[in-house]
Design a protein around this ligand. Structure first.
Ligand code: BGC
Length: 471
């Protein structure tokens, strides 16, 4: 990210000063340092998006090195990343509480570099399968450690925007992976498709070397002097650092064990994070991001029109995440989450209706309605459940147990992602396109009711205030 862009972001984040919402929170300007921190660590999100996205194109060319690929072989290369991500989210949650957030992101970046380079150089098919699992470890770890770290470094007034940088980078990663796949398809260079991810991974590693540990982790581990130094760097000159340290101390006890997640007050938050995670996946986002071209092609759209629709959906995902970043600290998390999920339900019903009326092969105008439905769905996800899920799970848990609780929510997200990925095509066969979209629309409505009743508003509150409110 260029210095000019950083400075624009800094200015636009400062611009929130004039906003009514910002008046409720402590007033402080956002230093460049903290915007840089968010931008550097968000590279973890970019890798998450790129590594999950790149495989769809690479799969087409693996046979050039390893001979014919069965459907099961392809599922292994795709699905083992998701299994690795579950394990990665689990391990890194433990490590993030134990050794700190920064070393976990450094290790994650190191695993990314080694994993993608080894995958690119794979001598055999099975070596590649194992490397996809290893890359998955890093993807799962990054998915939770990055929002966790940013949320603890960011000032409350702009925490939503800064944490959501990583969702923005994720959507960019998906888009870039589609474009890389497309541009390398003429040379069938699947090794380069995988290997290019080493560049952002190395940048993440080097960038993270310049960053300090999260002040919240330092305070909860008794390293007050170091926390003071970090806060001096990432807070404005007029910020009351001692008050912030006292506030963190007032809510933090000793770091907790997994057993504590079962305590009724903590358990209800764990259930909230897990259900948010599951709803994010079972309402179908990844089926649409990854299967849209297949669906549209089967529905009657030409090959290049389907691919174009896919790039369009990727672009919409990126653009609307920018809008979400702009809105999230102004209108709050709940408004975005509820309106976004209602929009998803509406769009899914439109797509279901189109398939119900037109059958699985659509005519010209019906396929346009289906494409519009998919775009509306993506807009709604990108403005709500996409960024808000990862943000909320970085906010709602008590500091002493944040890493472990977040990792449970992240594992649930990856597990649900896996289940949807392996059942989606079977569902299409069993209950037709219309039935599948109807089901996802119905699940979105159930999600709206649950979010309405259970999701708290965390806008402009400090993490410590949230912790007191949720207790
Ligand atoms: C989800 C991913 C999804 C991505 C799409 C994320 O919030 O967790 O599963 O691929 O959004 O933008």
């Amino acid at each position: 990210m260029s210095a000019q862009l950083i400075s624009q972001l800094t200015t636009s984040l400062r611009g929130a000063d004039s906003d009514a919402a910002a008046k409720e929170a402590p007033r402080e300007s956002v230093g460049r340092a903290v915007v840089w921190t968010a931008a550097i660590t968000a590279l973890g999100g970019l890798l998450f998006g790129y590594d999950t996205g790149v495989v769809s194109g690479a799969l087409l060319f693996l046979h050039t090195s390893f001979g014919p690929m069965s459907s099961f072989d392809k599922e292994l290369v795709t699905g083992l990343l998701l299994v690795g991500a579950m394990v990665g989210a689990f391990v890194s949650g433990k490590l993030a509480d134990l050794m700190g957030r920064r070393p976990v992101i450094l290790i994650t970046a190191g695993v990314f570099v080694l994993g993608v380079l080894a995958a690119a150089l794979s001598p055999t098919f099975w070596f590649l399968v194992v490397m996809r699992f290893v890359i998955g470890l890093a993807v799962g770890s990054a998915s939770m450690a990055v929002p966790l770290y940013i949320s603890e470094v960011a000032p409350p007034r702009v925490r939503g925007a800064l944490v959501s940088f990583s969702q923005l980078a994720l959507t960019l990663g998906i888009l870039v992976s589609f474009l890389v796949d497309y541009s390398l398809s003429s040379s069938a260079d699947w090794r380069l498709m995988f290997g290019l991810a080493a560049i952002p991974a190395a940048l993440l590693f080097m960038g993270m070397l310049t960053q300090a540990e999260s002040p919240v982790w330092l305070v909860t581990h008794g390293q007050i002097g170091d926390a003071r130094k970090v806060l001096t760097r990432v807070r404005s000159a007029d910020h009351d650092i001692e008050a912030e340290i006292d506030d963190i101390l007032s809510v933090s006890e000793h770091p907790a064990r997994y057993r504590e997640l079962l305590r009724p007050d903590v358990r209800k938050l764990v259930v909230l994070g897990v259900l948010l995670a599951v709803f994010q996946q079972i309402t179908g986002i990844n089926t649409i991001i990854y299967y849209a071209p297949t669906l549209l092609h089967q529905a009657g759209l030409g090959n290049s029109a389907s691919l174009l629709a896919n790039v369009g959906i990727g672009l919409v995902n990126v653009a609307m995440t920018v809008v979400a970043i702009w809105l999230i600290d102004r209108v709050g998390r709940r408004v975005l989450l509820l309106s976004g999920t209602i929009g998803m339900a509406f769009a899914l019903f439109v797509v279901a209706g189109t398939f119900a009326i037109g059958g699985d092969t659509l005519g010209h105008s019906a396929s346009i309605v289906a494409v519009v439905g998919l775009v509306v769905y993506t807009v709604s996800f990108a403005i709500g459940l996409g960024p808000v899920f990862w943000l909320l799970i970085s906010e709602i848990y008590p500091a002493r147990i944040r890493g472990k609780s977040m990792s449970i929510a992240a594992i649930a997200n990856w597990a649900a992602n896996f289940v949807v990925a392996v059942t989606f095509l079977t569902l299409l066969n069993a209950i037709s396109n219309a039935g599948t979209f109807l089901l996802m629309g119905f699940l979105s409505l159930v999600a709206v009711v649950y979010f309405w009743r259970r999701v708290p508003e965390t806008k402009a509150l400090t993490l410590e205030e949230i912790e007191r409110e949720m207790a």
